[in-house]
Write a protein that binds this ligand. Structure first.
Ligand code: 13P
Length: 253
């Protein structure tokens, strides 16, 4: 049984002050929630404060939105896994489509980050997903296979058990245009098939999140699909009540 995992990707939103008021409010909404793993990935500047407020909470884990592929050195503006671990960060989002499209991240770069994250004791959330052009050209399966094989090269079956994959169709991110539950399920089944080719039976244990305009009103139907094990939520995770509603939709599944 794969425990559902709902993660907030705040992207470049939320100051420290906004983070504090979010958490105070959010906690009251999820007090009674059990059986779902919750992750919040704030911007780097809010990680220390959130870490202090969470105090090692088992209910809510801290995530980062990116990291560098070296442990230290002359890499101006970058953050290393050691710096994240010091602040009790447990998850790190890697290869988000915005990083791939706007900041030139390739599968090879993502792969180096995944390897270092795993070696450092961080759990990677590895993002894959096709553009609208690729979907229209009938290339969804091919794109997912290339991204997964490239980003996860060298990852062992054991390491794969602590790795999360997020399927995020680029055309559904921030557009309000969600993949239908059937479209998402089809892509998730393909992701699991490729994972089976990489790590055999362990593929059945890997959690695959859906991301792309997940909202309180569509979360239940997406999370009800057999291969959808959680959600990676952007815009709707900035509002405590709405994000909690998405989490509650996962409890029932
Ligand atoms: P939205 O939920 O805002 O579409 O963002 C999805 C996403 O990119 C999460 O990583």
């Amino acid at each position: 049984m794969r425990k559902k995992i709902i993660a907030a990707n705040w992207k470049m939103n939320m100051t420290v002050a906004e983070t504090v008021s979010f958490l105070e409010n959010f906690r009251s909404h999820v007090d009674e929630v059990n059986g779902v793993e919750i992750v919040i990935a704030p911007p780097f500047t809010a990680i220390a404060k959130l870490s202090e407020m969470l105090g090692g909470s088992q209910k809510i884990s801290l995530g980062a939105q990116n990291m560098h592929f070296e442990m230290s050195g002359a890499f101006t503006g970058e953050i290393s896994p050691a710096m994240l671990r010091e602040l009790f960060v447990r998850f790190v989002i890697l290869g988000h489509s915005e990083r791939r499209q706007l900041f030139g991240e390739t599968d090879a770069i993502v792969n180096k980050k995944v390897a270092l994250a795993l070696a450092s004791g961080l759990k990677p959330i590895v993002c894959v997903g096709e553009t609208l052009e690729e979907r229209d050209a009938g290339k969804v399966n091919e794109v997912l296979e290339t991204q997964l094989r490239g980003s996860l090269a060298g990852v062992t079956a054991e390491q794969m058990q602590t790795t999360v994959v997020a399927y995020e169709p680029v055309w559904a991110i921030g557009t309000g245009r969600t993949a239908s539950p059937e479209q998402a399920q089809e892509a998730h089944a393909q992701v699991r098939k490729v994972l089976a080719g990489l790590v055999g039976e362990t593929a059945a244990k890997v959690r695959i999140q859906y991301g792309g305009s997940v909202k309180p009103n569509n979360a239940a139907s997406l999370l009800g699909q057999p291969d959808i094990d959680g959600a990676l939520v952007g815009g709707a995770s900035l509002e405590p009540h709405g994000f909690a509603e998405i989490i509650k939709a996962a409890v029932a599944k």
